[in-house]
Design a binder for this molecule. Sequence first.
Ligand SMILES: Cc1cc2nc3c(=O)[nH]c(=O)nc-3n(C[C@H](O)[C@H](O)[C@H](O)COP(=O)(O)OP(=O)(O)OC[C@H]3O[C@@H](n4cnc5c(N)ncnc54)[C@H](O)[C@@H]3O)c2cc1C
Length: 295
Amino acid sequence: MQMDFKSILGENCKTGELLKDHTTFHVGGECKFFLTPVTEEQLCLCMDIIRKENLKYYIFGKGSNILADDRGFDGVIISTECLNDSIVHDGVYIEAGAGAGLDRISDYAMENSLTGFEFACGIPGSLGGAIVMNAGAYDGEMSHVLYQIKILSEDGGIKWKEASELELGYRKSNILANNEIVLAARLKLEHGEKEKIKAKIEDLNDRRREKQPLEYPSAGSTFKRPEGYFAGKLIDDAGLRGFKLGGAAVSQKHCGFVINYDNASSEDIKSLIKHVKDVVYEKFGVKLECEVRMI
Ligand SMILES: Cc1cc2nc3c(=O)[nH]c(=O)nc-3n(C[C@H](O)[C@H](O)[C@H](O)COP(=O)(O)OP(=O)(O)OC[C@H]3O[C@@H](n4cnc5c(N)ncnc54)[C@H](O)[C@@H]3O)c2cc1C
């Protein structure tokens, strides 16, 4: 099987890769295979093998919303980071590959005087991961700008889908439940003024640097926003600001972030997440739901 993947991907098929090198939390043990297809054809061929051999697999974008277990992943990780890594535009439509970084797309939009994607400039994810998560910030989210996506479906077919078919909701879509892989997407933006777009991007990046613990590894906001509350405020009010468990901590700067403070294990982070949930529920009767995907 290794030979099959190697013959398709060459150097882009790795064995025993540590997932901590591919997640922004910087935790995670070895996986059996770490595949980085560059073309759709390579991805399709790899998926054929995976399905034929009934192998366990998981898709990675930039790993900025994933907590990987230190015991590793007994299967195939497919990184989409280099998949279709191109960005082009036609009028107000931008088409980009799933692996394109949100920062690159927002820069591209700015360079072409297209507005509407500034919200995503500081989210350290890929386009594919952002669509799956319906990522959002500062009153913007992917559902506001997403027009169509190109997917590889469970039966091996490739097709374009309308954004309206994805059931995009707060930090969710139906893509994973349908076992689909995002290959590329089209965004619909608006014409704007380059200088204004640039100023907005700078402002949003400043706000992030000021408010978020970007100096520590994390996966961003650990919890979804519970209806009617803010997770960070509940955690702060529960007295958990800066609370540490092993190498994991609730950020001093932003209580909504669990951070890898000092060589945390995945168990440290999971235990801390559980502790935060338990205390917040006990004190306020609010159930926090994890935004971070655990594998
Ligand atoms: C410092 C920091 C700040 C953050 N700020 C924000 C924020 O403001 N708003 C926000 O919403 N999020 C934020 N995040 C979380 C994260 O960046 C987003 O959820 C991002 O969209 C995830 O993209 P990714 O490429 O890293 O996806 P990953 O973390 O690699 O994957 C996320 C999920 O998508 C799936 N997936 C990824 N790519 C594909 C694909 N091509 N096809 C099918 N499935 C795929 C994975 O299987 C996984 O279930 C932040 C994270 C960090 C570390």
